[in-house]
Design a protein around this ligand. Structure first.
Ligand code: PLP
Length: 329
């Protein structure tokens, strides 16, 4: 039987673009638009969603075109990417293998239970082995173990992922009728932000919010942007300089780290706007964004676009681990 076509990933209505209203925004004279990529969803529990939809669409097409039957990828135990790849496997009939960082826990968390329910093969490796996962020896070993596979890097970031994220800009331009002044999203590996920045091509400011504690993301985004800038009109001049920036003030200590006021913000945001945020990426993005808005960082009259990149599958695991802190229903 032929596997289902991937056209649903390419021919879909644009995710909604919604304007937020609040006294803070009115007072600051800011027009805030949210690109609801969290509402894109396909596969079991619609777990192929948000920026994973954008990052995986061309990769899944490449895997299919190259005749691969298996997708192999890497991630942490709560990874949105692992959940998305598992769902993609069911939706498009790929076998999936998830190589998970760290020792196998006694019981699986909701993300891994979901992956397993999608028949993803899970292999746990030590943190040291995980750091070496990209080496030729490690990849060859995996090939021996699993046969031929299409390799999706951790977080799904590669050139094809950037290509998918560029569509966010195209869609918003059409929906809004003009280019917002600021484009904000959360960064983990930097792929989503780099895709958006490359599509903006210096026409508006991209402002990324790091979910990580480390400072390496600026170099990583520079590296990711190189191939696309090489073929863009920005090449050879400095027009792109200063048009993107990464804020590192709102990571709360990094993955799975938080403070009570972040939780209060996420719960309050849900009550006020009816939009659920996750505690790892989008919660920190919107927390930082509203902080900067209140501080007067953005000139009055600015239009800001914030991308809701999804990640809501992680809420169950967060609540299970930390005691039902997030009330998003
Ligand atoms: C929900 C969500 N938002 C944002 C990000 C950051 O995306 P990127 O890794 O492309 O920087 C991720 C994943 O890393 C994510 O899962």
């Amino acid at each position: 039987m032929r596997p289902p076509p991937l056209s649903s990933l390419f021919r879909h209505p644009p995710s909604p673009l919604v304007a937020l209203e609040s006294p803070t925004l009115r007072q600051a004279g800011i027009h805030l638009l949210v690109k609801r990529d969290d509402m894109l969803g396909i596969g079991p529990e619609l777990a192929l969603c948000g920026n994973k939809w954008r990052k995986l669409q061309y990769n899944l097409q490449a895997a299919r075109d190259e005749g691969h039957k298996t997708l192999l990828t890497f991630g942490g135990a709560y990874s949105n990417h692992i959940a998305a790849v598992a769902a993609a496997g069911v939706a498009f009939q790929f076998k999936t293998i998830g190589i998970i960082r760290g020792e196998q826990p006694a019981g699986l968390n909701p993300t891994l239970r979901f992956a397993q329910s999608c028949n993803m093969g899970l292999q746990f490796i030590s943190r040291q082995a995980f750091r070496d996962k990209g080496s030729a020896e490690s990849l060859a070993r995996l090939q021996q173990q699993y046969g031929s596979y299409y390799l999706l890097p951790e977080g799904g970031t590669n050139a094809l992922a950037l290509e998918g994220c560029r569509h966010i800009v195209e869609e918003v331009e059409q929906q809004a009728g003009q280019l917002p002044d600021y484009w904000c999203c959360s960064l983990g590996t930097g792929g989503t932000f780099a895709g958006i920045t490359s599509a903006l091509n210096g026409r508006a400011k991209a402002l990324g919010f790091s979910a990580l504690k480390s400072d390496h993301l600026k170099e990583e985004v520079e590296r990711l942007l190189k191939p696309s800038l090489a073929s863009s009109p920005l090449r050879g001049d400095k027009k792109g300089a200063g048009t993107w920036e990464i804020n590192t003030d709102f990571h709360f200590g990094g993955y799975a780290k938080f403070e009570p006021h972040l939780i209060d913000f996420i719960n309050g945001f849900y009550r006020q706007h009816g939009i659920a945020l996750d505690p790892i990426y989008t919660g920190k993005l919107f927390f930082g964004l509203f902080y900067l808005i209140e501080e007067g960082y953005f000139p009055k009259g600015s239009t800001i676009l914030a991308v809701h990149t999804g990640g809501l599958q992680g809420v169950a695991g967060f609540n299970e681990r930390f005691g039902e802190l997030l009330r998003l229903r």
